[in-house]
Write a protein that binds this ligand. Structure first.
Ligand code: DC
Length: 224
């Protein structure tokens, strides 16, 4: 039987990780796990419960009764928090602008890291996030670090927003992305850094298909 691998895809906000990770998982017949959605889901639950977003102790209690489910669906998998569907709401600006604070809390990181390791335990998984190759799955067979220029990432986000009827100026998106990069890279626990054994792929000049092909080639090479 062919060994089922763990594939970690890390990188900054809007570098195209989830789009590419989903396609790679589909090609390989693997599970896809979006760890950013997990941090977003906790942020949603904390805002709903009116908890101060840097109150580590109260967040820890919240997580004791926190049931998170991913349900396969097309065009994207659905996310449920304690039985409530949150797939769309966790992508709204309110969550996006608060998630960095929640994801910097030690109890939240510890809890979600543990859940992620359980999901990945049997291999056959493509997991994307910020600390997958460094902390969550340090022994992953394949580690990719996906980057793109701030301008390019803001432009991609701008086009996605327009398609959804959201009209945020490009300069605002550039500023938000740069701020999130800073927060994600400078937090104390599990900051966004490239794992030593990760392969860096700069997606700025590439199409989605080209990025997917490059990653499939890296997987092929690592697997021989
Ligand atoms: O990939 P995303 O934009 O959906 O991630 C949302 C936030 O969650 C992001 O600001 C950083 C945080 N995150 C994290 O700290 N660790 C991960 N493994 C994934 C996401």
């Amino acid at each position: 039987m062919v060994k089922k691998l763990q594939i970690a895809i890390d990188g900054p906000a809007s570098a195209g990780k989830s789009t590419v990770a989903k396609l790679v998982a589909k090609k390989l017949g693997y599970i896809y796990c979006d760890t950013g959605a997990m941090y977003r889901a906790v942020t949603y639950a904390a805002l709903k419960a009116n908890i101060s977003l840097d109150d580590d102790e109260t967040l820890k209690n919240l997580l004791q009764d926190f049931k998170l489910e991913f349900v396969p669906a097309e065009p994207e998998q659905k996310v449920f928090v304690n039985g409530e569907e949150v797939t769309q709401i966790i992508r709204t600006p309110d969550i996006t602008n608060n998630v960095s604070l929640v994801s910097a809390q030690p109890s939240v990181r510890q809890d979600l890291t543990h859940r992620q390791q359980e999901i990945a335990d049997n291999g056959g998984i493509v997991m994307d996030g910020r600390d997958i190759g460094t902390t969550v799955l340090p022994n992953a067979e394949v580690k990719i670090f996906l980057v793109a220029s701030v301008e390019q990432r803001a432009l991609r986000r701008y086009k996605e927003n327009i398609a959804k009827g959201i009209d945020t100026p490009l300069e605002v998106l550039e500023k938000e992305i740069a701020e999130r990069d800073y927060k994600d890279s400078h937090r104390k626990i599990s900051p966004l850094v490239q794992a030593k054994d990760a392969v860096k792929v700069d997606t700025t000049p590439l199409t989605i298909d080209e990025v997917v092909n490059e990653i499939m080639n890296i997987i092929e090479e690592r697997n021989h």
